[in-house]
Design a protein around this ligand. Structure first.
Ligand code: ZN
Length: 437
């Protein structure tokens, strides 16, 4: 589970607002810090190799001296997701590609290679950087259309859930006139075919070629996607019999709530829920509940990546209230997964990791390096964003269940404040050890 851009103070501020001592993941037996700097920082530009340059890592003594250090050489979501999903640090904007531009195998491919099921769920477009980093391979995260096509037509995922429906705007209302962002679903013509072929079609026309979807369960028969879009269908998916393979795409634009139109004079410093939530889209916890009910059909188990994506978007926009809303939604989905493990599985056979991919907004209190201040339950704490971009600040890593204690062996670097820390690449490295021992 990845809270995009979520650092220690995003969690602390939310606890203060909720008036709770901590979230369920903060009580997990394994609590470490995590570094996430990329192999190469900067921005990928086709034909301009200099646009990415070797990053300088994370130096604890410099990190607590000066915020300027933390504002340099930070990662972004594609390189971070690729590192977590493949075990290799790479260049910023890379989707599943190495520093040398070779395709890297990822956790979804490993899981499928040993007969497990696999899926990704997010609150932002399903082909966005983080979910794509666990499934697709592309030189840059901005090739949304190609990435969406690879995820739907070339991957062996059993579940993909996320936003990006070009037929709806960010308030969940039908788009009048021309669709503006069909790239998130390959293109307009493809999306119409895909919806119409729900549960049955296996071949689709894409950029002049006919492509066939993959076989997900090894019986050599291509498996069609069942497309779920309506709130009631997301809710129904949580119980009972499920389709074999599900694409869940709520009827909204880029994200389920964070980009909705501000009302009631809402500003970036307004308390959460100043603007009523969109009522026609599922919560992340409901998407997760449905995805779990599909993936747990496989007796050999599964791998699942769940992203709270808009925590990053709210932090980039320095939106205090909307950050808390997104954190509440993410924490709720952690509780949904914990309840699923305790009801349908056990911590002996399931590993749950809750972390982030980097920090966004350099969130602190009245001064940098002073934590947010509690203003009581239901009130925004004193929290200040000292940046509108990512930072190289260490982030929390929580783990529980099968193999979780082994991450302590990887925490061989130590920070003066956050203590022992792992590298983001070590998440996949241990899972590979556990799966292919
Ligand atoms: Zn990110």
């Amino acid at each position: 589970m990845i809270g995009d851009g979520v650092g220690y103070n995003h969690i602390l501020a939310t606890n203060y607002y909720q008036g709770v001592p901590g979230q369920v993941q903060e009580k997990f037996p394994v609590k470490l810090a995590m570094a996430h700097y990329p192999g190469k920082a900067g921005e990928y530009e086709a034909g301009n190799p200099g646009s990415n340059y070797f990053a300088t890592g994370y130096n604890p003594s410099l990190a607590w001296k000066d915020t300027a250090y933390l504002k340099r050489d930070f990662t972004e979501s594609a390189a971070a997701a690729t590192a977590i999903a493949t075990g290799f640090k790479t260049y910023n904007n890379s989707i599943g590609m190495s520093l040398g531009h070779d395709s890297l195998e990822n956790l979804v491919q490993w899981a499928k290679s040993i007969g497990k099921s696999a899926g990704v769920v997010t609150t932002v477009p399903f082909c966005h950087a983080t979910p794509a980093g666990f499934v697709a391979h592309n030189l840059t995260r901005t090739n949304y259309s190609q990435i969406a096509a690879e995820m739907l037509l070339d991957s062996r995922c059993d579940v993909i859930m996320g936003c990006g429906d070009p037929m709806y705007d960010n308030d969940g209302l039908p788009v009048k006139g021309k669709w503006t962002h069909a790239k998130y679903v390959v293109d307009s013509a493809f999306w119409l075919q895909f919806i119409a072929g729900s549960g049955k079609s296996i071949t689709f026309g894409v950029s002049g070629k006919t492509k066939t979807v993959r076989d997900t369960d090894g019986d050599k028969i291509p498996d069609p996607w069942t497309v779920i879009r309506n709130l009631e269908d997301f809710r129904a998916l949580q119980k009972g019999k499920t389709p074999k393979r599900v694409l869940g795409c709520p009827k909204t634009g880029a994200t389920i709530q964070q980009a909705r139109t501000a009302m009631n004079g809402e500003t970036k410093d307004s308390p959460p829920y100043t603007t009523p939530l969109v009522k026609t889209v599922p919560a992340l916890s409901e998407m997760v509940g449905g995805a779990l009910n599909v993936l747990d059909n496989n007796p050999k188990g599964f791998f699942m990546m769940i992203e709270g994506g808009a925590t990053d978007w709210a932090s980039h926009s320095n939106q205090q209230g909307r950050l808390i809303e997104e954190m509440n939604g993410f924490n709720e989905s952690v509780e949904t997964v914990v309840a699923w493990v305790e009801r349908n599985s056990s911590w002996k056979e399931t590993l749950l990791i809750v972390t982030g991919d980097h920090e966004t907004g350099l969130l602190w209190g009245e001064q940098p390096f002073i934590p947010p201040t509690d203003n009581g339950k239901g009130s925004l704490p004193l929290m200040v964003f000292y940046s509108d971009n990512h930072s190289n600040s260490l982030i929390p890593f929580y783990a529980k269940g099968a193999g979780s204690e082994l991450y302590r062996n990887f925490a061989d670097e130590c920070d003066s404040l956050r203590g022992p820390f792992i590298q983001n690449t070590e998440i996949a490295q241990l899972i590979h050890l556990l799966w292919f021992k």
